[in-house]
Structures are given as structure tokens and as C-alpha cells.
Design a protein around this ligand. Structure first.
Ligand code: SF4
Length: 401
């Protein structure tokens, strides 16, 4: 059966590595040969892979597209136009949301015009901070002046839909700096903000952890006072009108395909259609208890470019029913709206209370969760206990499998 899905495209090139960044990226200078040309070999490979993946998983249309990185704005205007217009021309309906990530320091007007002409309708701008001292402490190129002129171009001149990314907890960042950052950005009236609490692979002291949480809460309060509703752990939408439809697919465990070195994808199966789907749509790792197939593209640019058998570009992992249920709770409860009960039932064949009845009762008594006919979600206070709630929940689920 044909279906819609989200498409994530990873452009893993950066001019320089920022010291807080865990995303897969390589220095663009080493790959000039595959990034040049009227249409670059890298982008030609991407468009081929998009077609191959759509056919393999029975995707009729991409209802959301997200080009992230790395630094997508390092692509040439020809490349961004070719990539986006190829996707749109291949389907009957345009995607509901088509986002490109922008690094303000690399943004050129011809890139932007080409992206808009190709069909991109949303720009996610990696500001992180507007303070030059904070940016140089984390080895981030660019600075306040470049960010403001990128916003000026995106918003004031072109009036494009904007999401701004900020990080709370960077070195040398104070609450006054964060306040100034947010208030300056508010003058551009972005539709959406992502405010991330700094996380790191290296151990952070408890003291630093508290500092980051305090700073993040301070930023959250300013956004909420300005009508940005928090709808996910780190995401805020103006009057709840501009949630990221693509990112919601990750939290709601809907299908998405990743293309490009280091990209991820997941295909999920409903209980009712499970046996049919596994055997007809996906010929990989099909087992009776497979509820989802997860895959990640190799993080090796040369191999990714040259492998002839495109199945070999990906590593595959299957997800069984128990893991899938645990994940549905972990991801769904990140959303302020929480888990959609009818959707959960269509996925797993039974209501959430069949897996989590005892845990839900216990936490209802503590007023940390809310259960209605349609939804199950954490209260604002309940968010503080998410880890404890999940511990109880996983123990209960363990008794059922
Ligand atoms: S520019 Fe973005 S993707 Fe590249 S290293 Fe910095 S944070 Fe990571």
C-alpha cells in the first residue's frame, strides 16, 4: 500500500566544527570535487537516492521535507533549486512543510531566492546566540552582525517563515545575554523558536546542570510571555499556530526517510497491517515481531558516493513491540499535547491503559499526568518527574512481555 512520509536530507558539510556539536559533519573544503559543477555530483546522488528510497518503501508523496546538516546553505543556488524542485515536481501535491536549515554566516541572497523558487517555505536559522563573546567561546563562526543581516534578509526583505534556534547554557552566557538575544529576535517576529538546553557528550557537573536549567527556564518564561506556546520539550510556536509538522513526525513515531551521509529514517507498522506491510513493503529483516524498521546512512562520504548497491549505504535495526511501545511513551510525552489515544490504539491494537494502567493510576493520584478520552499527557509539574514516571512505566511493561 502506498503511503506518505516525511523526508529528511542531510547535508554533512561545514566550514568549521563548533565545539558543542554532535551532528555528523565534515569540513566542506575537503569535498570541493563533489560539491561543484552546474549540478554537483553530491546533489545528483541525493536526488537518485530519494527516488530509490521512495520506491523501496512505497512512499507516494513526501508530505514534509527537511534539509538539515551540517550546513545546507553551503550548497550552490543551482543545487538547492535542483534538489527542491526535483522533489516537488515528482509529486502531485506540494509538501505541507518544506524547511531548510540556514547558518546565518553563510546565507547568500541568490541561495535564498533559488530555495524559494524551488518550493522551500520555511527557514530554520541556527542563531544559537547573538553575543559575539559567547559565539567565539564555542568556536562558532559568524556573529551578531551577520545573524542580524541574515534575519533582515529573510524576514524584513523577503517575509519568509522563520524558526530561530537558540541554546541556553553556552560558556560565558548570562541571563542578561539570553534576554537580549530573545528580545532582539522578537523584533523579527519569528513564527517558531527552538530553545535547547546545552547538552554534551562529556560529563557536566551538577552545578553546571542547574545553571543550564535555570537559564533555559528563564528563556522559556520570556518566550511564553510573548505568546510563544511550548508544545514540545524545546520547541515553541507563536500562538500554537506554527508547530513544526516535520519534527512532530519524530515525536509521534510517524514514517520518515533519511537520505544523505549520516541521515536516519524509521518506518513503522500498524498492528493490523503488520504482516502485510513487512512482507510486501520492506524486504529487509522481516520478522513476525518487527514493529518498526530503523536505518541510518553511513558516515563515510566516499563510500556513500560510490556504493552501487544503495541498500548497502544503510545500516538497519529492527524494533520489536516492547521497544516500540516504550518509545511511543518516551517520544509522545515530550509533547505538551502528549499521546493521542486513538492513534496509539490503531498502532498497538489496544489502549495505553493495557500497558501502563497501574503507572497511570499512581501518577494521576500525584496530579502529574492527565488522561482524557483522546489524550494522555504530563502536567507542567509532571514534566519535572518524566524520568521517574518512565521508570515506573518500564517496570510495568517489563511484567507484560
Ligand atoms: S555549523 Fe552547525 S552542524 Fe556545523 S559544526 Fe556548527 S553546529 Fe554543527
Amino acid at each position: 500500500m502506498k503511503k506518505n512520509a516525511g523526508l529528511y536530507i542531510h547535508i554533512p558539510f561545514c566550514l568549521q566544527k563548533c565545539n558543542y556539536c554532535d551532528f555528523f559533519s565534515v569540513k566542506a573544503g575537503r569535498f570541493k570535487d563533489i560539491l561543484s559543477g552546474p549540478i554537483s555530483p553530491f546533489v545528483l546522488r541525493l536526488t537518485d537516492d530519494i527516488t530509490i528510497q521512495a520506491a523501496k518503501y512505497g512512499i507516494s508523496e513526501w508530505d514534509t521535507v527537511y534539509i538539515g546538516g551540517g550546513t545546507p546553505s553551503l550548497l550552490s543556488p543551482y543545487d538547492i533549486y535542483y534538489l527542491s524542485s526535483q522533489i516537488i515536481d515528482a509529486q502531485k501535491n506540494p509538501p505541507k512543510e518544506f524547511t531548510v536549515e540556514i547558518n546565518p554566516e553563510d546565507l547568500a541572497e541568490d541561495f535564498l531566492s533559488a530555495a524559494v523558487k524551488g518550493g522551500v517555505n520555511r527557514f530554520s536559522v541556527g542563531i544559537q546566540s547573538l553575543n559575539d563573546e559567547v559565539l567565539s567561546a564555542c568556536k562558532r563562526r559568524g556573529g551578531r552582525k551577520m545573524s542580524l543581516s541574515a534575519l533582515e534578509l529573510l524576514r524584513t526583505q523577503k517575509n519568509l517563515m522563520l524558526s530561530c534556534d537558540l541554546i541556553a547554557g553556552l560558556n560565558n552566557q548570562t541571563s542578561a545575554i539570553l534576554k537580549d538575544d530573545i528580545e532582539t529576535l522578537l523584533t523579527f517576529k519569528p513564527e517558531h523558536f527552538s530553545l535547547y538546553a546545552l547538552c554534551s557528550n562529556t560529563k557536566i557537573s551538577d552545578e553546571k546542570d542547574d545553571e543550564i536549567a535555570e537559564l533555559w527556564n528563564y528563556g522559556k518564561d520570556i518566550l511564553e510571555k510573548n505568546s510563544y506556546n511550548k508544545y514540545e520539550v524545546s520547541n515553541f510556536s507563536y500562538k500554537n499556530l506554527y508547530k513544526s509538522i516535520h519534527n512532530e513526525k519524530y515525536w509521534r513515531l510517524e514514517n520518515y526517510i533519511g537520505v544523505g551521509p549520516g541521515a536516519f529514517g524509521s518506518i513503522f507498522f500498524d498492528k493490523e497491517s503488520l504482516s502485510a506491510s513487512v512482507n510486501t513493503d520492506v524486504h529487509l529483516h522481516a520478522q513476525a515481531n518487527v514493529f518498526a524498521l530503523r536505518f541510518s546512512a553511513i558516515k563515510n562520504i566516499e563510500k556513500w558516493m560510490t556504493l552501487q548497491n544503495r541498500d548497502e549505504v544503510y545500516e538497519y535495526e529492527t524494533v520489536n513491540e516492547k521497544e516500540f511501545i516504550e518509545e511511543a511513551f518516551m517520544m509522545g510525552l515530550r509533547l505538551t499535547d502528549g499521546i493521542d489515544r486513538p492513534f496509539f490504539k490503531s498502532r498497538f491494537g489496544t489502549d495505553i491503559t493495557a500497558f501502563a494502567g497501574n503507572t497511570i493510576s499512581k501518577w494521576l493520584n500525584k496530579k502529574a499526568v492527565v488522561l482524557t478520552e483522546e489524550k494522555f499527557y504530563l502536567t507542567e509539574n509532571g514534566f519535572l518527574y518524566l524520568n521517574l514516571f518512565l521508570r515506573d512505566l518500564f517496570q510495568e511493561i517489563d511484567t507484560l512481555f
